[in-house]
Design a protein around this ligand. Structure first.
Ligand SMILES: [Zn+2]
Length: 97
C-alpha cells in the first residue's frame, strides 16, 4: 500500500496526493458519514436505508489530522469526535465513490 505523498485540505475537502499526479478530494461530509470507528459503525447498522443523517457544522469540520504509524490517519472533528482511524486503503476506497 502506497502512502500519501502529501495531505492538505481546502474548506470542505481532504486532499490526498498519492503521487504520480494522482490527487483526490474527499469531502469532510463523506468522511464523517463513513467514519470507521466502532460506535459510528454500530449506529449505521441500526439505521434504515431511508434514514438521512443530518450533520451540524462542527461534525463535518476537521479540527486535526494525525498520522497513525504508516498506515492510517486519525481525524479529529470540531465536535470532539476522534475515534475514527482511516486506513489508507479505506481512504482509497472512499475516494473512488
Ligand atoms: Zn466515528
Amino acid at each position: 500500500m502506497k502512502n500519501p505523498k502529501k495531505i492538505t485540505t481546502d474548506k470542505e475537502n481532504l486532499i490526498i496526493d498519492w503521487g504520480n499526479d494522482n490527487n483526490v478530494k474527499i469531502s469532510f461530509r463523506h468522511l464523517r458519514k463513513n467514519c470507521p470507528c466502532a460506535s459510528c459503525m454500530t449506529e449505521r447498522e441500526h439505521q434504515s436505508k431511508d434514514y438521512i443523517r443530518i450533520y451540524n457544522q462542527d461534525q463535518i469540520m476537521l479540527n486535526k489530522i494525525e498520522k497513525v504509524g504508516n498506515y492510517a490517519l486519525k481525524l479529529t472533528w470540531n465536535d470532539g469526535h476522534a475515534t475514527g482511524i482511516y486506513e489508507y486503503s479505506f481512504l482509497k476506497r472512499l475516494s473512488n465513490l
